[in-house]
Design a protein around this ligand. Sequence first.
Ligand code: PEP
Ligand code: MG
Length: 314
Amino acid sequence: ARAEALSSCMEPAVTTDGHHMEIVANIGSNADAIESIKLGGEGVGLLRSEFLYLDRVSEPDEETQTQIYSEIAETLGKDKPLIIRTLDVGGDKPLAYMPLPEEENPFLGERGIRVGLNRPSMLRRQVRAVLRANEKGKVRIMFPMIATLPELLAAKGVVIEEAEKLEITGVEIGIMIEVPAAAVMAEIFAEHVDFFSIGTNDLTQYTLAMDRGHPVLAPMVDALNPAVLRLIDMTVKGANAHGKWVGVCGGVAGDPIAVPILVGLGVAELSVSVPVLPEVKANVRKLNYEQCKQFAVKALAQPDATAVRNLSMD
Ligand code: PEP
Ligand code: MG
């Protein structure tokens, strides 16, 4: 099956009835970007920019960041979009040069965009570097862990101001949907962004109130829980009401059982780890979009994750 998927990996992921899915990669380096192209990736749905910030004694300066983002943008070129997510660290992932408060509940504390909004000059340096990389490719900027509209508007305001100063146009702005509040409010938020990307790893942990890394609970933290699927459904409907598209960049996007459901829910883009790109594309090519839509309706009506996993397409 691997050989078959590899041999067709440069073909687009089109269902038997002609529905195209964008299959892109989650990456953490330029080497990943190079590899993703070889495996048929149509762009990058998530560049986790943390790699640049971790394991250092000081913040990477704006020049360094510009250079590294530009290198990746150049690898992908003008045709393959590169979604760069701004720094997503939290109370549980401290940086030596950026003291974060001691928190009792770091996952519910200062993490994701909250870190950036509380350190505006650091956020602005990163935003400028991301914007400047657009010259070499097709860059989109994305903010992690948005929970409220004021957070979204503040982050977007930074991009608009810096883009104006740098006289850079055409960089699309998106947010991650990782907090149930954002999924529920998708229809309102959609008016203010170009796209959404659903981070099902965090969305699942926050929906079920179960730590995604918890040694005992982790097996139950399943993104195919119908509660999560209903939030994905709400997100897509909210986005589509404003003509915006939705991707999924959490681990479930690469799960063969999940792919037909996500396709059927109207997700437009699946961002998956580099090695599974060929399999996900091959998987989509075997599907029928109309059938996926019906399958998704069935999945939404299931009582729990196990029932969803036991469903069969026919
Ligand atoms: C997610 O939460 O699903 C996600 C893609 O972000 P990360 O795994 O980096 O938290
Ligand atoms: Mg996340």
